[in-house]
Design a protein around this ligand. Structure first.
Ligand code: PLP
Ligand code: SF4
Length: 463
């Protein structure tokens, strides 16, 4: 008997309705049908309509009934994580859309206005679209693939461009709003496999989305099973980026093909590869349900590891104590904390952004509260154009008598040029900066050390 079979009966009390639940989803169109929402004041409901006309909204019964504490709405972190909030649109955008909805404007007019607003929201930060899509030797673009850091290839399976619910801050939002030109999607697995065959330097495949675990197991098999062939021995790690442990843990417990999914992970592990479920978590409250804990247990029983990552967000998790509690809980469940991210400058960034200096304080104060086993999370890290930049800290540099300069110490955790990694560099102290672009070099220098090369080798490709 395999580990998966052994666990498949589950220990969850059927009376709680936690096993084999039907997936029931709500979007902007049927927002009013959510019972809990009907109890909210009319102006709050209207604001939700306005915001979700521009930003993607999708939530399911599990999130509504098991994760959100409706007695704490609107401050509840899971409510903030999934439901549209009035502050998410700039006031002028909000007013524009609100007026159109109030006077029942026709679809075409609404669509045009919404399209313009979305363009203003920086749908593809950090040159994602133009810079990272590789080519095969015959010149074909390998669509659905991004290859930015030497060791790791990202793959976006076309059926995985959605999620079991949407995070209100998500930088992938441009992929969800149905604009084909904005969509980064794979046409087929074959090109991915051809690309991997030709790149022996690649050790990691990171399957991402959206959420690739919205895909039926038999389709995931078509992408992943061929990688067990010896042509792909160099690909030693398969990572799967997902938020299913938060938004739909039934993907691993009680769904029609959850046993098949676990069996697939088990086969990949048995074939000698490292399988890492890269779970996106923002708050310890996402891990409190029995079904989430059982999902974790079942994944770990396959031999796969679970690593976690997520951004620091105003209104959701900008308290160090919440991070400490989340990391402790993860360690207790046998999960490895991996990255703390800085929220990207896209979508509703102005609502969720946290100054870099503050993200470092949150990280530092959180790490101080946990044992070494929970300090495996690195960060706070910005996934910027040149690479992943860690805010290492704030320091004073220079002789005290002449007045030292206060600086931000930074380093690359990942970089387009591997040689840039782990060289400390310095920016002028700026308590308001929220992204790498806001920072200026310290000590009167004109540019950061990597900028000339970045400009010459990469950004010139953008024009
Ligand atoms: C974060 C990231 C990776 C993975 O980086 P690791 O540090 O190995 O986790 C790969 N590609 C891109 C584009 C990324 O942003
Ligand atoms: S689960 Fe991931 S891809 Fe989906 S909305 Fe949330 S952050 Fe975005």
């Amino acid at each position: 008997m395999t580990a998966t079979n052994r666990l498949s009966t589950g220990r969850i009390d059927p009376a709680t309705g936690d096993q084999g639940r039907a997936f029931h989803v709500y979007t902007q169109r049927n927002l009013d049908r959510i019972t809990a929402v009907r109890h909210l004041p009319a102006d709050q409901r209207f604001a939700m309509k306005v915001v979700s006309t521009v930003l993607p909204f999708r939530v399911n019964d599990y999130v509504i009934e098991r994760l959100i504490d409706w007695s704490k709405v609107p401050d509840d972190p899971i409510f903030q994580l999934t439901f549209p909030q009035p502050g998410m649109l700039a006031p002028e955008h909000y007013t524009q859309v609100a007026n159109l909805l109030r006077r029942n404007a026709d679809k075409a007019e609404l669509k045009a206005v919404v399209g313009r607003i979305r363009q203003d929201l920086n749908p593809h930060p950090a040159g994602q679209l133009q810079l990272n899509i590789p080519r095969l030797p015959n010149g074909d673009l390998v669509t659905g693939v991004q290859h930015k850091y030497r060791e790791t290839v990202l793959f976006f399976p076309s059926q995985g461009q959605t999620c079991h619910a949407y995070c209100s801050f998500c930088f992938r939002w441009a992929q969800f709003v149905g604009d084909k030109a904005l969509r980064i999607a794979a046409t087929e697995a074959q090109r991915l496999h051809a690309y991997l065959r030709q790149h022996p330097c690649v050790t990691d495949l990171l399957v991402t989305g959206g959420d690739p675990l919205v895909i039926k197991t038999r389709h995931l098999e078509a992408y992943l099973e061929p990688l067990l062939h010896r042509d792909f021995d160099h690909v030693q790690t398969i990572r799967i980026g997902t938020k299913a442990l938060t938004f739909w843990p039934y993907r691993f417990v009680g769904d029609a093909d959850s046993d098949a999914l676990l069996a697939l992970l088990e086969r990949i592990v048995a074939a000698g590869k490292h399988v890492a479920v890269m779970a996106h978590f923002n708050h310890w409250r996402e891990m409190e349900t029995e079904v989430c804990e059982q999902a974790v247990e079942r994944i770990r029983a396959t031999g796969a590891e679970i690593r976690t990552q997520g951004p620091v967000l105003a209104h959701i998790n900008d308290e160090p104590g919440d991070w400490a509690r989340m990391w402790r809980k993860q360690v207790r469940l046998g999960i490895l904390p991996y990255y703390m991210f800085v929220e990207r400058d896209t979508g509703a960034h102005h609502y969720f952004k946290v100054p870099l200096v503050r993200t470092w304080e949150i990280y530092r104060e959180a790490v101080q509260q946990v044992s070494g086993l929970a300090r495996t999370a690195r960060g706070p890290s910005m996934s910027a154009g040149p690479g992943k930049v860690e805010v290492t800290g704030v320091a004073e540099v220079g002789p005290r008598d002449v007045g030292p300069e206060q600086v931000l110490v930074l380093r690359f955790l990942q970089a387009r040029n591997p040689d840039w990694v782990n060289r400390p560099f310095f920016a002028r102290f700026d308590p308001a900066a929220t992204w790498l672009d806001d920072l200026r070099p310290a000590f009167g220098e004109r540019e950061f050390f990597f900028e000339p090369e970045y400009r010459e080798r990469w950004t010139s490709l953008l024009h």
